[in-house]
Ligand binder design. Sequence first.
Ligand SMILES: [Zn+2]
Length: 248
Amino acid sequence: MLSDAELLRYSRHILLQGIDIEGQLRLKNARVLIVGLGGLGSPVALYLAAAGIGELHLADFDAVDSSNLQRQILHDTPSEGMAKTASALARLQALNPLIRLTAHTTQLDTDSLQQRVQGMDLVLDCTDNFLIRDQINAACLRHGVPWISGAAIRLQGQVTLYDPRQPHSPCYRCLFGSGEDAGSGCNESGVLGPLVGVIGSLQAAEAIKLLTGFGSSLLGRLVLVDLHDSRFRELRIPRDPQCSACGG
Ligand SMILES: [Zn+2]
């Protein structure tokens, strides 16, 4: 059931044919893990909290630094030096007191990721790190949990959905193999602030669609965004039958 306060708060979503009251109830009953509360995690966490995801789990081990504030709009100047989870909890609770928030502040390793992912309806990868993505991939494959991955650097970004419940879904390793991270992070290369807003907002939209069950998903499609020339394009990404993570 939705309370009067919830019906009012979420009315602009409930008005959408794809969501309606039934979809809003699905959002209310959903458990979602957001890994990373930086540039991508900021819009993801804000939009998913605002949308009334019933249970949001927030994972980050970092603290807010002034160099984050050019793009990480979840945090603000008074929260400099605070744990990002603490800063995020305060902001998201103020945004929507009707949802339950849980923070995980320790650095995630293979074992703790398995524990965090188990029982989730969806995971949002908002990290900037190949190794953690590979671990999220393994945990989500093991527990049959879909996950939406975003990445952004300089003026280019990408987003896709992996869903181990679907037999034809590729996994992260089908695409990127198991090699070491070749690319540099935004610490060295820079990133345009609004780019993480674009990619994170695409992730949040995809999350709401997946949880409520409307529209065409990004399954098997990698959307590439280039803000230098303001272009979107997409690549088909097939499952690799020889994949070392999901093959055989
Ligand atoms: Zn695979």
